[in-house]
Design a protein around this ligand. Structure first.
Ligand SMILES: [Cu+2]
Length: 171
């Protein structure tokens, strides 16, 4: 699970690649991808080499950080907190998920200068957290300039069952 989570977060939306040997990407890693009992999720934002786990790179405060929750875009920048990793600037944010639904967290980091390509690059990234293992809403788009729309459910099932129904679906 950890690996698929990572690949979702890392490969969600990437403009431009540097050479694979030195592949650094924006990470947005939630504390859980499915909250079986609802509650709070925290996400770590790290600019690093995900497959090697290091070295961590400096990540300036992002331009945008938000979540699409219950069909509404919530700005999470006011709640962001610094959480350095290996002495490099990195960030974290916590968010309470109230209703059964998939919440889609996303980040627009500041552009960084990629010497290998002679250009600035922005790693848009997003990740889905399924609250109460609801199992729907994960394919909604948050409206990034480049964005992958999942064609299959990116979060795990609980015994193949949904635990909750929307109120409109009745019993
Ligand atoms: Cu690198």
């Amino acid at each position: 699970m950890r690996r698929s989570l990572m690949s979702l977060a890392v490969f969600s939306c990437i403009i431009g690649f540097s050479t694979p040997a030195s592949a650094h990407f924006q990470e947005i890693i939630p504390s859980a991808d499915v909250l079986e009992d609802g509650g709070s999720v925290s996400l770590n934002l790290i600019f690093t080499h995900p497959f090697e786990g290091a070295p961590v790179m400096q990540m300036k405060k992002p331009v945008r950080l938000g979540v699409l929750d219950q069909g509404k875009n919530v700005d999470l920048l006011p709640r962001i907190a610094e959480k350095p990793v290996d002495g490099k600037e990195a960030w974290t944010v916590s968010y309470d998920l109230a209703e059964p639904d998939a919440a889609i967290f996303y980040v627009e980091p500041q552009p960084y200068w990629e010497p290998a390509e002679g250009r600035y690059i922005v790693h848009y990234a997003k990740v889905v957290v399924d609250n109460y293992a609801f199992g729907e809403g994960w394919d909604e788009l948050v409206g990034l300039p480049v964005e992958i729309q999942p064609l299959t459910r990116p979060t795990r099932y609980l015994d193949g069952q949904r635990l909750f129904r929307r109120p409109s679906e009745g019993r």
